[in-house]
Design a binder for this molecule. Structure first.
Ligand code: ME8
Length: 523
């Protein structure tokens, strides 16, 4: 049983049939933000991401590319691994399902499920969508052009008839429903939970869990004519990384069950139905939570290969920088909802919140301190009600609100709260008008600038998980020591020390100039 001071968070492992795009990095950035936040809050965190490398879809992609599946997976997996630097993920492990440690884990889990009496050999005949690597019943399909059968996801299905091992999923219906009832937060958001419950209430059919028609997969123990269905292989990755099948090792005891598997809504059923059933079958605890986020479209359209509209994470970074890209992805749409990406929205959001908001607040305040206080943190006098109110919001209320939001994975709300305090500080600058106080009342000017700088310290500390490099720059400028940057330092007891020299202020969040405007400006 994982302990209370540990936190294990995972992304889906990505198929290596194609290059990573905005949607893939979205899930990973969200997990990264949550992982960094918990670490700064003193929790022992494990954050896992990786690639899903077996199955027919990968085999067909390799054939198309004219390379072996192993060559394809080595190459494409590296593209996903490169994102660790491109998008600045702080993952503790990167798993590939073709690794030996994983094959051993997947086979061990298979063996245990078989030993539990939940597997039998039969023949599968039915519909299969390679794109989704999923089986569908006739009633779920619609007719497409040329008599093709189309899955609800839009994927084309093919008729499959082969010998297959089956998992007795039909016997898990009541136990799953009971589990959802006892663990009301297992599936989040709530709307998604209701969707899964109706699906399970509709009745479960046994699940085909092996294939014989191709061989790019983990061999079934004791019958290597069969390879495992890619989903039973893939889901096991979450346990491989913590040492499975050794359930007595430190890692496993510390981190299993996982605190949250963050997934896109497309793969909720696999995580919320099949995965807990497999785990319960072998007497292991299911993860504590499955959070299904929504789906990004790009400029109003579904991200698709044929439309060629997939935005590479590196393209975002070239245009906006790593931190601003991360911020935009996390702030733009409520985590859980669908949303649309457009460059116009990205520019507006980044400029409003980061360049004109937090960045400008810091630049103005630090420049005034640099110029008017000999580059040293001024000593505050007596605090007024307004000073105390802003300080209390920054030092106490904000972190409490952000903790509450992030416990519910409401990342956008946490950022809204940060921006609300930024606006409050902006309004405070306007009403206090420190530039006017320079001659009239220099001591009061010092107090006002101190209150602002302390507010910025707290905002920068809280923003570290989302904009790590920029927040570090802000903290450097305020001369906050490296070992005073975790969340235990967000309090009045650790407020900025008067007299400390600050660095010459430099803008942290550049304003994004839209291409047309840029061209016009360049003449
Ligand atoms: O499904 N909007 O891998 P996958 C938001 N290998 N998120 C998106 C997205 C979009 N338009 N497109 C992709 C698989 N994603 C399996 C998972 S896990 C044991 C195995 C994200 O490469 C989202 O998180 O198709 C989605 O669930 C995931 O990428 C699917 O990645």
């Amino acid at each position: 049983m994982s302990d209370n001071n540990s936190f294990y968070i995972t992304t889906p492992i990505y198929y290596v049939n194609d290059k990573p795009h905005l949607g893939h990095t979205y899930t990973a950035v969200a997990c990264d933000v949550l992982a960094r936040f918990k670490r700064l809050d003193g929790v022992d965190v494990k954050f896992l991401t990786g690639t899903d490398e077996h199955g027919l879809k990968i085999m067909q992609a390799a054939e198309k590319a004219g390379v072996s599946p192993q060559e394809l997976t080595d190459r494409v997996s590296q593209n996903f691994r490169d994102l660790v630097d491109v998008m600045n993920y702080s993952n503790d492990d990167f798993i590939r399902t073709t690794e030996e440690r994983h094959i051993k884990a997947a086979q061990a889990l298979w063996q245990k499920i078989t030993d539990a009496g939940d597997v039998y050999l039969d023949k599968y005949s039915g519909w299969y969508a390679v794109r989704d690597e999923a089986y569908y019943t006739e009633s779920e399909l619609t007719d497409g052009p040329g008599g093709k059968k189309i899955a609800p996801s839009g994927a084309e299905c093919e008729w499959v008839e082969e010998e297959s091992y089956f998992f007795k999923l039909s016997e898990w219906q009541d136990r799953l429903l009971d589990f959802y009832k006892k663990n009301p937060n297992f599936i989040q958001p709530d709307s998604r939970r209701n969707e899964v419950i109706s699906f399970v209430e509709g009745g479960l059919r046994d699940l085909s869990i092996s294939r014989t028609a191709f061989d790019w997969g983990v061999p079934v123990p004791g019958d290597d004519k069969h390879i495992m269905y890619v989903w039973i292989d893939a889901l096991t990755n979450y346990m491989t990384s913590v040492g499975y099948p050794d359930t007595e090792c430190e890692e496993f005891k510390k981190f299993w069950p996982a605190d949250v598997h963050v997934v896109g809504k497309d793969i909720l059923r696999f995580h919320a139905v099949y995965w807990p059933a497999f785990l319960m079958s072998v007497g292991l605890e299911p993860p504590k939570k499955i959070f299904a986020h929504g789906w990004w479209t790009v400029e109003g359209q579904k991200i698709s290969k044929s439309l060629g509209n997939a935005i590479a994470p590196s393209e975002l970074v070239e245009r906006y920088g790593v931190d601003a890209s991360r911020y935009f992805l996390m702030r733009e749409i409520p985590f859980g909802n669908d949303g649309n990406f457009s460059h116009e929205h990205a520019v507006n959001r980044i400029n409003a919140d980061l360049a004109n908001g937090l960045g400008n607040l810091a630049q103005r305040t630090l420049s005034m301190i640099y110029k008017n206080c000999d580059g040293k943190m001024p000593a505050p006098g007596t605090f007024t009600g307004e000073d105390k109110n802003l300080l209390n919001d920054a030092q106490v209320r904000l972190i409490d609100a952000v903790r509450g939001d992030l416990d519910k994975l409401q990342i956008h709300r946490a950022l809204e709260a940060v921006m609300a305090v930024t606006s409050e500080a902006d309004a405070y600058v306007d009403t206090q008008a420190p530039w006017k106080l320079k001659k009239e009342d220099p001591e009061r000017m010092g107090t006002v600038l101190y209150v602002l700088a302390e507010t910025i310290r707290c905002l920068a500390l809280i923003m570290q998980p989302v904009v790590p490099a920029s927040a570090a720059k802000m903290l450097d400028q305020l001369a906050v020591p490296d070992n005073e940057r975790d969340f235990s330092f967000i309090s009045a007891d650790h407020a900025l020390k008067p007299g400390v020299e600050i660095a010459k202020p430099e803008g942290v969040f550049p304003r994004i100039v839209e291409e047309e405007k840029q061209e016009a400006a360049n003449g």
